[in-house]
Structures are given as C-alpha cells and as structure tokens.
Design a protein around this ligand. Structure first.
Ligand code: ACM
Ligand code: ZN
Length: 626
C-alpha cells in the first residue's frame, strides 16, 4: 500500500513535471515565427507598446527603413509610431532601439533581437539585418490588430542558412500586373526571402520593353485568346486572328518595381530565355529563326514548334547584344538569367547557318552548338559586368564555364550533383520539391494543373544540400528557389493560391538550419500566417487540410480497403459511409476501412473544437484498378 501511495505521489510529481515541460514548450511554440530563427530564448514579462513608443534608428536608416516600419505597423496593427534617429535618453519611456554595430559575431544578414519589458534592442551589422529583425518583430505582434500590442520577452539570434532565397514567377504564359508583382515581393520580403527571379520571356509572350526593338512588345507581348481550352490542347494562332491576351512592362514600370524591391532587400533577377522558349521573339523578328523567310505567331499554349533562335547567324548575336545591353542597364542585379532550357534543336540540324558554325568551330553535335551559343551569351553578359545564370541543360555539350546553374531536372540528369561536382555555383530549383506549379492536394479536389502533387509538407521537407557532395562542393550551393510556371494559373487569385502557403514553407527551407526545422510546429503555426496573409488580401490555399483517399479492391472478397491519409498532425479524420457530409460526431478513422463495391466514403479533417478544416474528400471503390 505504502509503496503504492509513494508510487502515486511519484506519478503525480512526474505529471506535474511533464505538465510544466509541456507548458514551457507550449509557450515556446506559441512564437509563430516563419522562417524559424537560429536561436530563440524566451524570458518573462512583456513589452507594451503605447502611443508614446518611439522607434530609434541609425540616421542612415531613418528615411527608408523608418518609413517602411511606419507603413507596416499602421497596416498591420493600426499603430502610428514615431521614428527618430539616434538612441533613447536615460529615463525615457520604453523604446525600440535599432543599432548598427560592428559586432563580428553577427553575420551579414543576421541580427540579435532582445525584447524586455523595459526596451526592445535590435543589433545588426547591416541594413539587411535590421530589416529582418523588424520582420521578426512584426510576427511577434498579435494577429488581431492592436495599437497597444504586447510582445513577449525573448532573445532571438538569427541569420540565414543560404544567401539565395528565391521565388520565380513566370509572367509569360499568363501576364501579371506590376501591382501584383510588387504585392508578392512585399510578402516574400516579410518571410526573409531576398531574390525575385522574373521569368520575363517565353513562347507565349515577351514582357519587357526593349527600346531598340519595339516589335518585341508591339507583337511579342500579345497572343490569340484560347481561354477555356485546356493548355496542352490548344491549337496555334493564325496571322489574321486578333491578339488580345497579354501585356508587358515598360522600362519605367520595371524601375518602379526594382525600387520597391530595393526597399525590401529583394534583388530582381531578369530572365531572358534563349535560345529555346523563344516563339514570341521569333514572331516579332522572324530573321532570328533558322527558317529564313518564314513568319510566326506568338504561341497560345499547346506545342510551340520552331521556337529556337538560330545559333548560326551573326545577326542573332548582334540582336542579343542590344537586348542584353538594355537589360543590363535596366536591372541593377549582378545577374542576368539567360534561360538555356529545353531547346528544341531540330531546326539547327537542318540549318545551313548552324551547320556552318558547327563546322567552323569543330563542334561535335548540337549540344556543343548550344554550349557555343551560351558561351557567346556569357561574353555579352560579362561585357556588361554581370554574371550569367542558366538552367541546368547548359551543362551538356561543353558546359557553360562562368555560369551559375539553376538545377531543376530530376531523373537520370542529377544536375544537383553534377553542377557542384563540376565546380559550378548552384541554386537548387528542384522539380521535385520546389516546382509549385504542381498541384498541392488530391488532384481531383484542386484546380487544373500538372498531374503531379507537391504538398506543403513535401516543400517543407526539402534538404537542399545532397549528402553525396563533399564539403567543398556543398559550399557551391548558394541556396534555393521556388518556381511558379504559369500555364495553369490564368488569374491573380489562382497564382496566389499556388504561391501560399508553399512559398513560406520554402522560406524556412532557405533560411532555417535543419536542427531548427520542425514540420509539426510549422503546420501548427501556419493558420496564424493564413490570417496574416489574408489581412494583406492574399489568397491562400488550405489544401493541407484535404484528406488523401486511396483504395485497393479485392476481387476475391469483392470489397475495397480504403486508406485515408493527411499531411497534418494533431487533427482527426472523421468519415461517413452513408453519403452524408461528415460532422464532428462522425466516426474517426484509425486504420483502413473495408467497404463494398460502389460504396461512397466521405471524409474530412476536424480540429479539437470540432471544426471542419478543409474540403470533404469523397471516393467510391471501383474495379478499375485491377
Ligand atoms: C524549366 O522548367 N524548363 C526550367
Ligand atoms: Zn540556324
């Protein structure tokens, strides 16, 4: 007995301890920070914002960062804050103090943010560090706007894992306005991403004004309307058809977006995709094609044959010299992305100009001709004091010395190994983990898209540095990027739906060290970020709450085994077998269900309060998988 009581006390004591640990952990995880910082130490007490709270900034930061802080706190919290240069006087009311220091322990883009009841101190070596500290501070503020916000005491030391934290948007397949682009740059900057890769040209539209070549936007930015016809089923346009779909950015528009991005530490990398993906280009200037005296129309979707530039004519290189010159003058980035992907070389094989160049330079095949073309682009780019980026196809032939490689392909190509192993600085743009044009939930429940599923948890799970690389090779991995190709995203809302929340999961892949990544925490705090994003009028997808259903049919038993899966943790999968929508009182799924042929299973994901979180999954067992 006595022993038993002692044991009970022990158990109670143990439970109290567990509860305390749990509470401490609950407080820890209540910091809904994305991307999660390098180190977080919670303290006690809170900093209270009042109408008198002043933000002190280094003088050099007062104009840009000061105005930005005022704009964001007004928008987020309806808080009107004062910004001053210098630092608070002794005995002054609690203030927020941003300092630029020479503290070598802080990395270039890093910061230390110390929140105490008496003050908030931010230390960084650069303006970027101060900017990122402010983003963390924003996320520590309440989701429900409050001009008198309370911030928990905390000490955060933080810096990014990778220098390249990118988002690519394809504005060729479907044009997006400059306002839309600015809106996305504003969001990614808040998640500490720093590169916006602007895929400005492709078969279906040329989107940037080039003053020397007005046809590029007079003709190349416009295509025939095939709205309502599935992308890959579209047939090419005739010369007579009206060309009503498209748009482009003037050079003034581009400058406006660049300045907007500069204030948010986002570098804009323009992509001019050649020699393939150039149907809009050869439609505007047919002499750039191998097919002398042919004419072309901007592609509308579907196949885009004859879309390569001629790699043999000197006039192609003269033309590109002018284009690259204007692009280099317009974009302050040190990089120009020249594409180089998926070039259809059929016409090169028949073209006398291409074949003559091949012969003259002793090139073994068309892959080497591609290398010749890319190396000439590299010369034009470096002549403008820029560095070339290209997709990984340029590794074939004789390679592309001097290029930074975007490694995207899967399968036997393994460019994510080949590029760093051959000494190329490499950015991971993985088809498998970061092509967010793929659908993000059960395909039947998602808008039309490529029939590949890339759920939020898979984006989050990416480890960008392959184990097979040596430490020296691994150092060539500059970072990562999510890519949104826009064949299937005709509207702004649909584009945002594809971007969020997967882009913010990727922000954590790019910023946060593996030891601090935690899918369970991420999926718990993501609803807070849905609220924040929705407050900024961003369309988000809640597909992470969709249940994946599958089954195996047994011809002997004539029944099906139904399996339900979710990428989330901590929620209940509830289902019905009578065709009605599941409710909080429905049966809970624990293992597979055995159901008869044709029987409908409906399932939904519910939280602890009994709220349905996503859409309802419905499936019937059929014989068709025999
Ligand atoms: C690519 O997906 N063609 C780079
Ligand atoms: Zn040619």
């Amino acid at each position: 007995m006595i022993k038993g009581i002692g044991m009970n006390k022990f158990i109670i004591g143990f439970l109290v301890l567990i509860t305390q640990i749990f509470v401490a952990n609950a407080q820890e995880s209540s910091l809904a920070l994305i991307p999660y910082p390098w180190s977080v130490e919670q303290g006690t007490g809170e900093f209270l914002f009042t109408e008198e709270t002043i933000f002190y900034l280094p003088q050099s930061q007062e104009r840009d960062l000061g105005a930005y802080i005022q704009e964001k706190l007004l928008a987020d919290q309806n808080m009107k804050v004062q910004v001053k240069s210098g630092s608070p006087k002794k005995g002054e009311a609690p203030a927020v103090n941003f300092l630029l220091t020479k503290n070598k322990e802080i990395e270039e883009e890093g910061y230390i943010l110390s929140v105490q009841p008496s003050s908030i101190q931010v230390e960084a070596r650069t303006a970027k560090g101060l900017f990122y500290a402010f983003q963390t501070l924003r996320q520590l503020m309440p989701v429900q706007p409050s001009a008198l916000a309370r911030i928990p005491s905390v000490e955060i030391k933080d810096h990014p894992r990778f220098e390249w934290r990118g988002l690519m948007i394809d504005v060729s397949r479907h044009f997006r306005s400059k306002e839309f682009v600015k809106k996305q740059i504003d969001i990614i900057a808040a998640y500490k991403m720093n590169k916006f890769h602007w895929h400005l040209t492709d078969d279906q539209g040329w989107r940037v004004e080039i003053r020397k070549y007005p046809n590029l936007t007079d003709k190349g930015a416009w295509r025939a309307d095939r709205t309502g016809v599935s992308w890959w089923k579209r047939t090419g346009a005739t010369a007579e058809e009206p060309k009503s779909v498209g748009g482009f950015y003037t050079q003034e528009d581009i400058k406006e977006v660049i300045e907007f991005a500069r204030l948010r530490n986002v570098e804009i990398i323009p992509e001019i995709d050649v020699p393939g993906h150039s149907k809009a280009l050869v439609s505007s200037y047919p002499f750039l094609s191998c097919l002398d005296s042919a004419t072309f129309e901007v592609a509308v979707g579907g196949k885009a044959p004859d879309n390569a530039l001629c790699a043999g004519k000197e006039s192609t290189y003269d033309f590109m010299e002018e284009v690259i010159g204007e692009i280099a003058g317009l974009f302050p980035s040190q990089y120009i992305h020249i594409g180089g992907d998926e070039c259809n070389k059929t016409n090169w094989k028949k073209c006398p100009h291409c074949q003559a160049v091949k012969e003259e330079h002793g090139l073994a095949d068309e892959e080497e001709l591609q290398s010749y073309f890319i190396q000439r682009m590299n010369k034009l780019i470096t002549a403008n004091d820029k560095k070339m980026i290209a997709w990984d196809e340029v590794l074939s032939g004789n390679g592309a010395k001097g290029a930074v490689i975007m490694a995207w392909r899967r399968g036997a190509h393994s460019p994510q190994l080949q590029a760093p192993q051959e000494g190329y600085p490499t950015i991971m743009t993985s088809y498998t983990y970061s092509y967010i044009s793929q659908v993000q939930g059960p395909p039947g429940m998602e808008p039309e898209g490529p029939k590949v599923v890339l759920p939020l948890s898979k984006v989050y799970s990416q480890e960008p540095v392959p184990e097979a690389l040596s430490p020296e090779q691994a150092r060539l991995i500059k970072g990562t990027e999510v890519c949104l190709w826009s064949e299937f995203t005709p509207t702004a809302e649909h584009t945002e739906y594809m971007l969020y929340p997967r882009t913010i999961a990727h922000a954590e892949v790019a910023w946060t060290v593996p030891a601090q990544k935690d899918w369970q925490r991420f999926q718990e705090i993501v609803p807070t970020h849905f609220q924040r994003l929705e407050q900024q009028k961003i369309t988000v997808s809640n597909s992470l709450y969709s249940i994946y259903g599958s089954y195996a049919y047994s011809p002997l038993e004539q029944t099906g085994r139904v399996f339900l899966e979710t990428e989330t943790e901590g929620y209940r999968m509830l289902y019905t077998l009578d065709g009605t929508a599941p409710t909080s009182g429905s049966e809970q799924y624990h293992g597979f269900l055995t159901v008869s042929l044709g029987q409908e299973v409906k399932a939904g994901l519910f939280d602890k309060e009994g709220q349905l979180l996503g859409e309802i999954t419905s499936l019937k067992v059929r014989k068709d998988n025999l």
